[in-house]
Unconditional design. Sequence first.
Length: 652
Amino acid sequence: MRYAETGFNLEVDLTRGNIERVATDPGDTELYLGGLGTNAKILWDRVPPEVEPFSPDNLLIFGAGLLCGTPATGCNRTIVSTISPQTELMAFSMMGGFWAPELKYAGYDKVILRGKSPDLVYLWINNDNVEIRDASHLKGKGAVETAELLRQELNEPKAQVAAIGMAGENRVYFASIEQGRSSASRGGIGAVMGDKGVKAIVVRGTQDINVAQPAEYMELCNEVLEYIKFREANYIPGVIPILARLGSPQEMAIHDEKWHTENFSWGNSRTRRKGFWTDEVASDWMKTMDNVRTRLISCYNCPLKCGATISNPGLPTYMMKCFTKLTYTMAAFSDLDFGFKIAQRATEYGVDGYSAPQVMAFALELYENGILTDDDFPGMPSDNDGRFFWLLDRIVRREGIGDVLANGTHWAAKEIGNGAEAYAHNNIKKHEQLPLKLGMLNPIYFLMYCTGEKINITQIEGQFPQGPFPKREHREKFVKDWFQVPDEKFKQYFLDWEPRGENSMPYYPTVDMTCDIVDWQERMHYIDDALGMCAGVSSFHLKPPYHMHNYPKFISAGAGIDMDEDKLTQAAKRYRTLIRAINIRRGMRRKDEKPPEDHWKKRIPELEKELLDTYYKFKGWNNEGIPTQESLHELGLDYVSEDLIQRGILNK
Ligand code: SF4
């Protein structure tokens, strides 16, 4: 009997129209857990580095996290993995909502798409009945609209639908896959779905998932719920609202955008607007929010209600996720009303809410600086909001300049030339980064940014505070009930962290401490991504309900795998290293691991070099960031070192 997982994947060959239900190896679950971990193993085994993102041999894997479908609160993530057309590296974007539990209840842990369908199709997974169906009538339809049409067509109001919009169909490099109140957006995975000719995957499942030790498991789940209640009543003082609470309630439930609007950059990631958040702006934005926010909503099995349904007068209702309302508003130097309106259209088109606004702001900066001219923008309105709507429409249709911009700022700048590359200034690994510009280099975030291979906001932050608290007494209070730390030493690191003086940034935390902190933060993200846990109740947050001490118990009682903290650390390290090996095999090296030049005003090259040198060593990677033969051996990844040696990437 398999616990927590179903033990079956659905393999779909779109070229041949073939569907197979394939039993999986429980040994792989022990070594790589599920979700991201086993997705990575499949990509390593079956997608060699020669395979291009838009090759029929590229796989698009929808993996439900190991504990999805069990009663664990907030455990609902689908991890979508493929080779990204934008970065040409492994993409592993995640969506919340309801899709992953539904897939488990239908009897599958993953859906693996290979090949390409000659015509636009959708996949209908209804428990044991799985069909590839014609989707020609859905061509050009919005992602949310498609979901609704398919539920009606199938007469299945409870079916969960992951769909692409026009951006995915037209292979826009930052196209998303939309699902319910969530989406998998980073890395252009929607473009790969469109390239494979799949408009949507509809799932309905009514079966059960087994849990190894139900009584123990329910007790663990109840402890988590109790803790969530406790945290709701006891915010962490002294940190920004989004970190004081769990989930992302700030986005929709409460309203304080001071930190985001004043610290994230506006326009093409250049301008910080200190003092923007006045009482007048707060009151105007609150009114706007109250006018359009109709209902607060959660993902599957979560009480935190981070999202909301949004009804703009005259526009279809949609579900606002995360931070999108601000990314558009700020890129266009506009107001919240504009953000809510354009987010509706962008959600239907299915584009990443971080990349799309930045690509448009980049285009307008090129225009203002004479690198692009009126000839490139025939018929573009003169007002800023109008320009953004106009550009979005051109991009998702790949019309005119939109066809160039649809490849993202890195590739567009290369194609445009004439100095355009200097304007694509906010990229890491060919990928638009958070529009965050700060003063002093923060060593923790320097390493998180450099070595992160997912590159989204929730993978850069973590369970260690972002900065020192002003007074020691505040820090003492904070560490008092900080039971989530994997080691007591982290408390001392934080206690001694001062805003000024010898123990302040950039030289404190010291290089060695920084390596410890980054390794802990990263480990938690990778564990969440294998279990299917939302980072909003775990790795993204300070003092979350899930941590290194209760996760092994969840895995043991839930999946029936004998787990402890050391084994879990080793498993996470194993598939984290495997992902690095996939990307190394595709050409990623140290030169790619650097934050944008202007990410911090003050940069310190010697310290940055020491941080990277030391962290590489700490992780068991050589000076180029390539895992060494010894470290691969320790993790049971000899098959990886053999491959890297054969390809001349590692020396024997
Ligand atoms: S914390 Fe928010 S984003 Fe995460 S599962 Fe709960 S409702 Fe969804």
